[in-house]
Design a protein around this ligand. Structure first.
Ligand SMILES: [Zn+2]
Ligand SMILES: [Zn+2]
Length: 237
């Protein structure tokens, strides 16, 4: 993990990009940052007692896994998330996906790396794997947000991005399905023809029920992967 830390330091010192003039949320003037101090202060970072599976803050009750994750048969080893998915973050991620503000991915990657380093896991990671989008979705959107974050994370850490995990079925939006239905729909949604060896950081932008990252993790483990750390930027409230 030491090398990651050194690279993170470089990232903060260099701040090569992006050089923004206005805050992505409120459009007030900023100097080379994506977010102004007011917006930054409004973001709910996940701190204190957080779920070891999804990164949600656990305000009361079960620990170390939250109520939502208790019923999930999870195939990855650990899950972390930087912020809570509230109105502020919704806007940020909306801008990110639909207004082509790809540079937000750079900020997200920086925060995600900080979280990974803070975990202080005794694991040497070998590759970064983005949760894939189905080709049709990719074509309509023009980019995969998870892949974009992964590439920035790769620049910051020197770890390679492995995109050999593919999404082969284009599932309907999952938000109306129960977690069991999601599981069924997703169980054959991903394909991996060759093993991605060793320890993986699995990247997505949002963690909702975890069904998607879990289906990816199952496929990766079936094919012989080692430790899987799921890292998302935001997790549902
Ligand atoms: Zn702002
Ligand atoms: Zn959880």
């Amino acid at each position: 993990m030491k090398s990651l830390f050194i690279l993170l330091k470089d990232y903060f010192f260099e701040l090569l990009y992006p050089r923004n003039l206005t805050c992505v949320l409120c459009h007030s003037e900023v100097d080379g940052k994506e977010l102004c101090d007011v917006c930054l202060g409004s973001i709910q970072f996940n701190t204190g007692r957080v779920c070891g599976s999804c990164g949600r803050m656990i305000l009361s009750g079960a620990y170390p896994v939250c109520e939502n994750c208790k019923t999930l048969n999870r195939y990855y080893d650990r899950g972390i998330s930087v912020v809570t998915y509230d109105e502020y973050i919704k806007k940020l991620i909306f801008n990110f996906k639909y207004h082509d503000k790809r540079y937000i991915a750079h900020t997200m990657a920086g925060y995600m790396l900080k979280e990974i380093i803070n975990l202080d896991l005794d694991i040497e990671f070998d590759s970064i794997v983005p949760v894939p989008l189905h080709e049709t979705r990719f074509k309509s959107r023009g980019f995969n947000q998870a892949e974009l974050i992964s590439h920035f994370l790769s620049e910051m850490t020197g770890l390679k991005v492995d995109t050999s995990l593919k999404r082969i079925s284009n599932t309907k939006p999952l938000n109306k399905l129960s977690s069991e239905e999601r599981h069924d729909v997703l169980s054959d949604a991903f394909e991996l023809t060759e093993s991605i060896k060793k320890n993986i950081i699995l990247i997505d932008d949002i963690f909702t029920t975890g069904a998607t990252v879990n289906a990816c993790a199952l496929k990766l483990k079936e094919m012989g992967s080692g430790f899987i750390l799921v890292t998302t930027f935001a997790v549902g409230e």
